[in-house]
Ligand binder design. Sequence first.
Ligand code: KMH
Ligand code: ZN
Length: 277
Amino acid sequence: MKPVVLTAAINGAEVTRAQHPALPLLPEEVAQEVLRCEAEGASVVHLHGRLPNGRPTQDLDTFRSYFEAIRAVSAIIVQFSTGGAVGMGVEERIEALCLMPEMATLTTGTCNFGDDVFANPRPVIREIAGRLRQFDVRPEIEVFEKGMLDEAMALVAEGVLKGPQHVNFVLGVPGAMRAEPSPLAWLVESVPSGWTWSVAGVGRHELPLAAEAIALGGHVRVGVEDNLYLERGVPAPGSWALVGAAARLAEEAGRPVASIEEAREILRVREVRHPCG
Ligand code: KMH
Ligand code: ZN
């Protein structure tokens, strides 16, 4: 059975310490949480920038300090967010890509995001894609709506993106595509052959969608960026506990959890990168 790549989303822009007291903000906290997630089976870490006071940032120095602290202890695949927080300008969103992380996100369209708008007009998408190409960073295409998958395919047809892509379906954001009933099987039918895909379910949908993705042959993202609870009324002590829960789902389904080396093969990220900005 094909290994499942588990991504840990440990410090998303919208989560606060009030909601999740263990939220990692400082570089050493991020590195420690990476180690805990890796021990539970994560092979990719999805990172946002956060200042020590919790404010979201996409600042180069913050990402450099995270990347250095992680590389001091782990060979996990490091994926930077280029989404940041709603309202950030594109230059801020992509300034850390010069550090050449192995992966970074690319959201291929605009959607509602709660009461806000996560704005990704076509010129912005192309600017981010160009920066990813400039620094040879493997994209993870974030798909919050079906049209974003179509746009990713258009980017490949235009030559803006090259070759088979990796897509992450983010389902259940209020105002965007729902998670229940799950559209996952329908979405996956449209994923071009040779591409890889994963799912990130928001809130209570996280683990049920993880189970569905595992059954359908896909990969999984979990973590406190998307969901704060292991089950109703039971807060997750950290993203590591959600990674552990996803790993158990994989085990029950008879799929092994991918090692970091296997995840590099599966996601076509073969080189271990160190921060070089
Ligand atoms: N914070 C959201 C507005 C990404 O990381 O690329 C965008 C987001 C997507 O989290
Ligand atoms: Zn994110």
